[in-house]
Design a protein around this ligand. Structure first.
Ligand code: GDP
Ligand code: IMO
Ligand code: MG
Length: 424
């Protein structure tokens, strides 16, 4: 069963896209299974940077069939501007398939996202304001429009009009600015016509692919601790990035999957509000942000940064059945004299054995650190584990010991080939 899942093991932006690009060499289908254009997935090839929000990160390979599966919420304007951007750079998107079951994002979802954030005042989640939460809410309320609805243009147009009128009432009640209904309808009529040829029963497609032994890569967006159920609620996204969500969001069953790769940075970042036990609000934090260029791909926001947290990673192993880790951005630690790794949490003086089940508890924990000496040299040219300075090897050994799964890929730079891979 050649299905691999790639899932973020922290709060997003771990470098999933770079690892997906690497794994795409040996996969035919690369499938986004949840989230939407809140994702910002970066691949760098020969100095050319590709920032992808909706199109799967395997797109840069000719042999890859990119699939946007049923669990994704699709913003058509973003999808087409991304396709146009890729095609203008010589990357063909002609094989792209979009699930008939995927839900659509409309401008009223973005309006509601902004209103909900404004109403929370100081307690903002810090969403990407892309309408993700409201679109998933409509899916759960069973009033969402699905990609397959575009195949009946007249009915689609009428439904968009009906929903736009109804949503305008709510937007105005909340003090927001009403949408121009005619404009929205005519814009979505055009977008619907353009997406129609891409509409596919992706569940059928992927199962037929498996029947021919094709290799399928399921690309997670966001991450374990942004998961609606398992993340630091309410400071989470509105989908399930965890490996279980990969089944729901693609229509493949749990027994179809044989490899689940958790992506972690060598430190931790988060963008938006919410608890962050190892956060650094000092010079070391500023160094991680500056050297790591920790600014959001989608919103440009400065990320928050702190030391690596193995308590989170242990929980990510449990929640996702991770078979291995890929650890990115080890090179960003090159300049540190000493590096800390969180190996446990204390709460009210007591050592915790399990990951706390409430965000208010996570906000109160005190991290327990192990310190390793820095390696004082650049790792960017390293390609073998045996080439690593002893301190960097020690860092990786501590992670493997604490987390309990092997680190099979290590990133030492942003470029496609800047990594080390080894078997255990
Ligand atoms: P994603 O959302 O998980 O795909 O990650 P992002 O693309 O949002 O952020 C990761 C950033 O780190 C991107 O700018 C990548 O080009 C970059 N990156 C990925 N791996 C490495 C690495 O090993 N070293 C360095 N220096 N940069 C990396
Ligand atoms: P990738 O796939 C990092 C965060 C937002 C906010 C919370 C909810 O690039 O790793 P939303 O707009 O989803 O309702 O926002 O989730 N968030 C991300 N943080 N990486 C992402 O995606 C994210 N997508 C959403 O900052 O805190
Ligand atoms: Mg990102």
């Amino acid at each position: 069963m050649p299905v691999t899942v790639v899932v973020g093991a922290q709060w997003g932006d771990e470098g999933k896209a770079k690892v997906i690009d690497l794994l795409s060499k040996e996969h035919t289908y690369v499938v986004r299974y949840q989230g939407g254009h809140n994702a910002g997935h970066t691949v760098v090839v020969d100095g050319e940077k590709y920032a992808l929000q909706l199109v799967p990160s395997g797109i840069l390979y000719n042999h890859v069939i990119p699939v946007i599966a049923n669990g994704v919420v699709v913003d058509l304007p973003t999808l087409f501007s991304e396709i146009d951007m890729l095609e203008s750079r010589g990357i063909s998107c002609s094989e792209l398939k979009v699930s008939s079951r995927a839900h659509l994002i409309f401008p009223w979802h973005q309006a509601h996202d902004a209103i909900a954030e404004a109403m929370r005042g100081d307690d903002k989640i810090g969403t990407t304001l892309k309408g993700i939460g409201p679109a998933y809410a409509d899916k759960a309320r069973r009033v969402g429009l699905r990609v397959g609805d575009v195949l009946d243009p007249q009915r689609f147009s009428a439904l968009v009009r009906e929903r736009a009128v109804a949503e305008n009432t709510l937007i105005e009640q909340a003090g927001g600015e009403a949408l121009n209904v005619d404009e929205v309808v005519s814009r979505f009529d055009q977008l619907a016509a353009r997406v129609a040829p891409l509409v596919t029963d992706t569940v059928g497609l992927l199962h037929s692919a498996l029947a021919t032994e094709a290799h399928v890569l399921l690309e997670g967006a966001q991450a374990t601790f942004l998961d609606l159920d398992h993340g630091t609620y309410p400071y989470v996204t509105s989908s399930n990035p965890t490996a279980g969500g990969a089944c729901v969001g693609s229509g493949l069953g749990p027994r179809d999957i044989d490899r689940i790769v958790g992506i972690t940075k060598a430190y931790t970042t988060r963008v938006g509000a919410g608890p962050f036990p190892t956060e650094l609000l000092d010079d070391d934090g500023d160094t991680l942000i500056d050297v790591g260029k920790e600014y959001g791909t989608v919103t440009g926001r400065r990320r928050r940064a702190g030391w690596l947290d193995c308590v989170m990673l242990r929980q990510a192993v449990r929640l996702n059945s991770l078979t291995e880790l890929a650890l990115t951005k080890l090179d960003i630690l090159d300049g540190f004299e000493s590096i800390k790794i969180c190996t446990g949490y204390r709460l009210n003086g007591q050592l915790l054995t399990d990951y706390p089940d409430r965000s208010d508890l996570i906000a109160d924990v005190e991290p327990i650190y192990e310190t390793v000496a820095g390696w004082g040299c650049s790792l960017s040219e390293k390609r073998e584990r045996s080439d690593l300075p002893s301190q960097a090897s020690e860092f990786l050994e501590i992670v493997e010991r604490e987390v309990g799964v092997p680190v099979k890929v290590v990133g030492v730079g942003a470029e496609r080939d800047d990594y080390l891979v080894w078997a255990t």
